[in-house]
Design a protein around this ligand. Sequence first.
Ligand code: ZN
Length: 130
Amino acid sequence: MVQCIFCKSSDNIVKAGFRHNDSGKKQRYWCKKCKNRFVPNDGFWKMKHKPEIIAEAISCRKRGMPYQEVSKHFREYDKADICPATAYNWVQKYGKVLRKFNLKQIPKLSGKINLDEFVSKFKKRSSIVG
Ligand SMILES: [Zn+2]
């Protein structure tokens, strides 16, 4: 049985051709309910990771961490058992969504404040505190 990775619905799933990648041919599905197309990922099904874990993996990757290291990072801290391919899939699937989210969270950092100003403000504040 196939479950939609977006809305978790298992009804209204139709086959939508194949996708080719390194691991071969994969069945692709189309969810009529939320109108998303997806390829079930074996690791993803079994483990059902929390969104925080996914977000953290993407953020590690954005900071330049190789997928191998992202995977190790989670094992080291006993957070999740993900393989580099899973981290890769998350970045592909959720990277864009998260980028939008991040932009909404920090609108003031881009544009008006330049980096020097930001750093000097930060230094002043920390010298008052410390
Ligand atoms: Zn769906």
